[in-house]
Design a protein around this ligand. Structure first.
Ligand code: B12
Length: 367
C-alpha cells in the first residue's frame, strides 16, 4: 500500500514535470513566433560580422542562412562572432538581443551545453578581464552577469538528462565566495549526466553545509573556489565534512583550480577539477562507476568482471548459472572475460539467476 502510494506520488510528480515542460515549450513556441518577424526583417549574414563592424551590427540579428555555415571552420567563426555580439550586448544590459543571439547559436546547431561552454563562459571571462583592466565598470559586469544567469535558466530545461544514476551531489561555493555561476554550470552538467543535484549557490557557511550534507547524504560534495584568500576556509570545510561524513568524496573546482593548482592542493580534497564538463566523469570514478565515455571493450570487461564477482560471491559455478539462466556455459565464460558483446536479454537472465539488479551488473554498486 505504502509502495503503491509512493508510485502514485512519483507518477504525479512526473506528470506535473511533463505539464510544466509542455507549458515551457508552448511559451517558447509563442516567443519564437513573436521574434521571427523581427529576425526576418533585420537579417545579417553571419559572415558579414567582423571585429571591426561588430559595433555596427550589435543589437541586430545574425543568421546562418544562405549557406553561410558550410563547414566546421565557418561554424567556429560564426560561434566566435556570436560570442562577440553576445558580450557587446550583455555589457550594455541588452538582454533581449543577447537572448536572440543565443537563439541564433542554437539555430546554427550549437547545443545548449555548448552555449554554456562556448558563449556564456568565455563571455564572463572576457568581461572579467576588461573589468579588471578598468575598461568596464561594476554595473556593466553586474548587468552581464544577470543576463548570463537568466540565459542559463532559459537553457536549463533544454539540457537533456542522459541517464539516472541515483546518486546525489551537493554543489556549493566556499564560505565567503560570492561567485556562483561556475557552480551553477557544474550542477547543470552533472544533472545532465544523471546525478541528483543540490546547488546551494554562493557563500555557504561550512557549518551549515555540513548539516545539509548529513541530511541529504550525497556521494559527492563539489566546492567551487574562486578567490585565493579562501583557501583556508576551503580547507576547513573539507576537514569538517570528512569528520562529520567519513567516506564522502570531495571535489574542488573553480577559477582558482586553473589559476593556482598547486596552492589548491593544500585543501586535501579527493580531486581538483578545472572544467565543469569533466566533473561528472571524475565523480563517477570517485564513487566507483565506470566513466561514461568508456570504450565498449572496457565496458564489456567491467560488466564481465561484475558478473564473475557476483557469481563467485554466491559460490556458483559457471555451469550452475548456465543451468538456471538457460545460457550456454561457454557463453557465460566469454561474457565474464569481456570477450562477448553481451545482449541486454542475456544480462537480464544473468541478473535473474544471480538475484541481483541489472543496474548492479551494468553500472556497478558504486563500491
Ligand atoms: C561575475 C563576477 C563577479 C560577481 C559574481 C556574481 C555571481 N553571482 O556569481 C561579483 C560582482 C559578486 C564578483 C565579486 C568579486 N570578484 Co569577481 N568575477 C566575476 C567574473 C567577471 C565572472 C565570474 C563568472 O561568472 N565566470 C563564469 C564561470 C562559468 O566561470 P568559473 O567560475 O571559472 O567556472 C568554471 C570553472 O572554474 C568550473 N567550476 C567552477 N566552480 C566549480 C566547482 C566544481 C566542483 C567544479 C568541478 C568545477 C567548477 O566550471 C566552470 C566552467 O568550466 C570573473 C571573471 C572570470 N574570469 O571568471 C571575476 C573574478 C572571478 N572576480 C575577481 C575578483 C577579484 C572579485 C572581487 C574580490 C573584486 C573586488 N575587489 O571586490 C569580488 C569579491 C568580493 C567578495 N565579496 O569577496 C577575480 C578573481 C581573481 C582571483 N582569483 O584572484 C576575477 C577572475 C576577475 C579578474 N580578472 O580579476 N565577481
Amino acid at each position: 500500500m505504502h509502495q503503491l502510494s509512493l508510485r502514485c506520488n512519483t507518477q504525479a510528480i512526473e506528470l506535473r514535470t511533463l505539464k510544466s515542460q509542455l507549458a515551457y515549450f508552448s511559451g517558447e513556441v509563442n516567443r519564437l513566433q513573436e521574434v521571427k518577424p523581427m529576425l526576418d526583417k533585420s537579417m545579417i549574414n553571419a559572415s558579414q560580422i567582423t571585429p571591426n563592424n561588430r559595433a555596427a551590427v550589435a543589437g541586430k540579428n545574425v543568421t546562418a542562412k544562405n549557406g553561410t555555415v558550410k563547414n566546421l571552420k565557418d561554424f567556429d567563426s560564426s560561434v566566435t562572432k556570436l560570442r562577440e555580439l553576445y558580450v557587446a550586448n550583455a555589457i550594455q544590459g541588452e538582454h533581449l538581443t543577447a537572448s536572440k543571439i543565443i537563439d541564433q547559436a542554437l539555430a546554427i546547431g550549437v547545443t545548449p551545453k555548448n552555449v554554456y561552454i562556448h558563449l556564456i563562459l568565455p563571455a564572463q571571462q572576457e568581461i572579467g578581464e576588461r573589468w579588471h583592466a578598468g575598461e568596464l565598470n561594476i554595473p556593466q559586469e553586474h548587468a552581464a552577469t544577470q543576463i548570463a544567469l537568466a540565459e542559463m535558466g532559459r537553457l536549463r530545461p533544454l539540457l537533456r538528462r542522459k541517464t539516472v544514476l541515483n546518486k546525489r551531489v551537493v554543489v556549493s561555493s566556499v564560505q565567503g565566495d560570492p561567485h556562483a555561476i561556475g557552480g551553477r554550470m557544474v550542477s547543470d552538467f552533472m544533472h545532465m549526466e544523471g546525478w541528483d543535484v543540490d546547488f546551494l549557490g554562493a557563500d555557504t557557511p561550512s557549518v551549515e553545509l555540513v548539516k545539509f550534507v548529513l541530511e541529504r547524504k550525497p556521494a559527492i560534495v563539489g566546492l567551487s573556489l574562486t578567490l585565493d584568500s579562501l583557501i583556508t576556509p576551503a580547507k576547513l570545510a573539507v576537514e569538517q565534512l570528512r569528520k562529520a561524513a567519513p567516506g564522502i568524496k570531495i571535489i574542488v573546482g573553480g577559477f582558482l583550480v586553473s589559476a593556482d593548482p598547486k596552492g589548491c592542493e593544500t585543501i586535501a580534497a579527493d580531486a581538483y577539477v578545472a572544467r565543469a564538463q569533466d566533473a561528472s566523469d571524475i565523480a563517477r570514478v570517485l564513487v566507483g562507476l565506470p566513466k561514461s565515455g568508456e570504450s565498449l571493450p572496457e565496458l564489456l570487461k567491467a560488466v564481465g568482471a561484475r558478473i564473475s564477482k557476483a557469481r563467485k560471491e554466491q559460490r556458483f559455478s559457471q555451469q550452475e548459472i548456465a543451468d538456471v539462466s538457460g545460457l550456454e556455459r561457454a557463453y557465460i565464460s566469454a561474457v565474464e572475460h569481456g570477450k562477448h558483446n553481451v545482449t541486454l536479454g542475456a544480462v537480464m537472465r544473468l541478473a535473474g539467476a544471480l538475484d541481483v539488479s541489472i543496474e548492479e551488473l551494468v553500472v556497478g554498486r558504486g563500491e
